[in-house]
Design a protein around this ligand. Sequence first.
Ligand SMILES: [Zn+2]
Length: 106
Amino acid sequence: MSRTPASGGTCPRCRTGELLAVLRLPHTWTNASGRLVRGVGEVHLCARCDPGHPIVAYFAVHGLARPEHADLLARLLHDWADHALPPVPDENVLWAEADAWRKGEL
Ligand SMILES: [Zn+2]
């Protein structure tokens, strides 16, 4: 897991929620020309986007991690990391970003 989210601590999905954890996973995909592309995908745990997650519930109740709950938090983080999947690239977002770049908007 990363200590410093690439987005600077704000969730890239909702752009308002606090990131509680970031997991960086290597993954590959095939681009439009059929070439294999290797990358790193981030999986985020956000206080706003993931309201049903036990880690989010923990921080909603306690605010901060408490030393006496270290084992519980470690188990919850391991469980989250074990089930996290790298994000699938959204072609619409990629095309919109490429279009914005061509127009000089980036
Ligand atoms: Zn979010």
